[in-house]
Design a protein. Structure first.
Length: 211
């Protein structure tokens, strides 16, 4: 009886140790141990939308995305402590969900989870108008505005990147339009397209700084 109990206790201990070692390894290899402003990733790295092939390729892409999110989140963590800056960052990062609540839209709405999010559009319009006007007066100020535009789009894109890795591609994880709901594959493609759009604008805007 004693031997049996020792064996059972031993198995339980091994399971607990293996579990914590697995969590530790995951935290290290994904940089999840770093402090962050938003703790952006809380999804499933193994999630995929394409059968068989996607089960191999998509987790690799997800892993790269998680590394990117955790690095950006860590860098933003330093800025998030600055009074006022943290509030503005929150409004940008949380724009998809907050705009949905403001207009009583279903989660995840195809407009709020895109480059056409009203809050982001307003910021970009104001930013580029100022860039055009002030660019003729002060190069230093126009460079600052360009940095702020890039800063805004990178933070917003991070929200969309995090949304490409839900716990499972069902229900709230799917992109909704007024007429129909996109399936898992097209929901992920919609997010990827808009992530690409964000970084395309970042690339074009950053080139203005270099010129």
């Amino acid at each position: 009886m004693g031997v049996t109990m020792e064996f059972i206790v031993g198995i339980i201990v091994v399971i607990i140790v293996v579990y914590f070692l697995k969590q530790l390894a995951y935290s290290i290899f994904t940089l999840n141990f770093l402090p962050g402003a938003f703790h952006m990733f809380d999804g499933n790295m193994s999630s995929y939308t394409i059968p068989i092939v996607g089960g191999v390729i998509e987790p690799i892409i997800n892993y790269v995305c998680i590394l990117f999110l955790n690095i950006v989140d860590f860098l933003l963590w330093f800025l998030h402590w600055i009074p006022g800056v943290g509030y503005v960052m929150d409004r940008i990062y949380k724009a998809p969900d907050e705009v949905e609540k403001t207009y009583d839209l279903v989660h995840r709405n195809f407009i709020t989870h895109s480059i056409f999010n009203p809050r982001i559009v307003v910021i970009l319009v104001i930013g580029f108008v100022l860039l055009y006007v002030i660019g003729k007066i002060s190069r230093e100020v126009s460079s600052l505005i360009s940095y702020l535009i890039c800063f805004t789009l990178i933070i917003f894109a991070c929200h969309l990147i995090a949304d490409t890795m839900p716990q499972s591609w069902v229900g709230f994880a799917l992109i909704k339009t007024p007429l129909f709901t996109l399936n898992a594959l097209f929901s992920k493609l919609w997010l990827y397209i808009n992530i690409f759009a964000c970084f395309f604008i970042v690339n074009k805007t950053s080139s203005l700084i270099e010129d």
